[in-house]
Design a protein around this ligand. Sequence first.
Ligand code: HEM
Length: 420
Amino acid sequence: MSDTTEATEPARSPSRRALLGWGGAGLALGAAAAGGTVAVVKGGGSDAVPAAESGAAVPFHGAHQAGIATAVQDRLHFAAFDVTTKDRAALVQLLKDWTAAAAAMAEGKTVGEGAYGGLAEAPPDDTGEALGLKPSRLTLTFGVGPSLFAKDRFGLESKRPEALVDIEQFPGDNLDPARSGGDLCVQACADDPQVAVHAIRNLARIGMGKVAIRWSQLGFGKTSSTTPDAQTPRNMMGFKDGTRNVDGTDTKALDEHVWVGAKDGSDWMTGGSYLVARRIRMHIETWDRTSLQEQEDVFGRDKGEGAPVGKAKERDEPFLKAMKPTAHVRLAHPDSNDGARILRRGYSFTDGTDGLGRLDAGLFFLAYQRDVRKGFLPIQRALARQDALNEYIQHVGSAIFAVPPGVRDKGDWWGRGLFG
Ligand code: HEM
């Protein structure tokens, strides 16, 4: 068997491909399209493969959750959930059920008993829209927000990590509570948007009566990369974004800046990371009327090559003093922030219009770090104060989550360290 998804398949949890095979002649075309060898992309760390092969499966189990240091996929569906049940045991059971479903979907399998063929009187376990699609490098990354630790909820007050701070209001913020916060989050990334959407939808379905989606965000184009050898993507402002990011194969930088260490406090978070999500609206109509010179001054890099001011190549070391004092790169650079570094993993979004004839478009900023107080916060304080980019953007949503370490094996589950 050349297909690694099928090699590990239990009998009652058929892969999307297998289902197609059983579906009869009418589905044969889809089966052929879904066929081909499915390569496995290794997780974060020194052996990560900068996978361009769309269709591959990313291992779900490991020391760290996939979807952080692993290669960035093309599409995103991010969801924040409110926990509606008051019953701790019900929440724990949900997290176990979610973990099993997430592991199956990451392998390209359906949830539970599948999308059809079960009891005719009951709704199918899987909603079905990912049948025939490859795993598409689906990663599902789970986190818990500060509100879950509130008094009189689940008895978790003493387990709240100090690093899981309440993010302050920055100058210029215009945060919408309906797009902010959340008790839990799941970040679904995949190369196929339907695979990412299917994953969130099925987790929400499993959670009915225990959790409700608070807000969600679709992202259509990655704006950063964890694989520096790959071509750097461009954001909605037309600039290369993610040039100087933490490299997903740089274990030293990851240990220093992204993974929570054993001595950082909150044992249950060792090997995990902290995620800051910001929905940043871009005033692209204003941007599009701005001169090229001003656009390049705003970032401190040129638009074509992405080279820092005064340099020729994208990867040349930036010379900060050559940039305007308000240039985004100058202000965000580690040398301006006591060495602070974050792993950026954001996506572009366009959510229709704002009713005033403008696109509701921008950057859904996602950044992982070992400690938000030494990562996002100092950088964002500097940016909020001075960044020339502020004329063209506005932060409209904000959330922070503690993202636990990876699910080790089939006996482990999302949040075991926290609730166990
Ligand atoms: C819509 C908002 C934003 C846009 C369009 C944007 C765009 C960019 C671009 C084009 C670069 C240069 C290429 C690169 O090295 O990646 C960059 C660099 C960077 N940005 Fe942003 N960015 C935004 C918001 C933020 C925010 C909110 C933060 C963190 C609080 C941030 C942190 C950084 C960092 C750390 C760098 C690398 C600096 C360096 O080491 O040279 N950015 N950004």
